[in-house]
Design a protein around this ligand. Sequence first.
Ligand code: ZN
Length: 196
Amino acid sequence: MDPQAEPLLELFRTTGAYLRGHFRLTSGLHSPEYLQCALVLQYPDHAEKLGRLLAESIRGLTSEPVALVASPALGGVIIGHEVARALGTRFVFTERDTSGKMTLRRGFTVTPGEPAVVIEDVVTTGGSTRDVVEVLRAAGARALAAGSIIDRSGGQAEVGAPRTALATLRVSSYEPANCPLCAQGIPVVKPGSRPA
Ligand code: ZN
């Protein structure tokens, strides 16, 4: 495990955000563990501190001044906002429309060439972060880097930009057909924000 991960995981444990059971992830995979960032981020002091740490990590990825932080709603909104506070930039968020396409709504715009970073709470496959990178580029911004509190992919997720995380984990996850917890008949729960 990433040695930097331990103090962060301790924060997840003390706030009840480190769940054990049988979970269906947004990616569709099943896992015996789930890190519910919302339970850490419900405390503004923790959110602010994690935002500061992630902003420092982002500064290590790009020497260019950043003008904009963008995050996928809902999961990325609180941490993205705190990273923007730490970087002194504005903050926007993207949402999926009814067809599932990631979009900038609510009148949010970017300026041509605007240097931006994408922040999410947890990267598993990198899909949401990659979608935000693409939305920003399609709108004319430059997506310089991306970051998350947790990287569940063991560093494997590709998002189309240099990427960092406060803790990189390789959490066991299974295709439902190969899931040992399913094989034991344990009911699966969907802990995230999207309906199962
Ligand atoms: Zn399962």
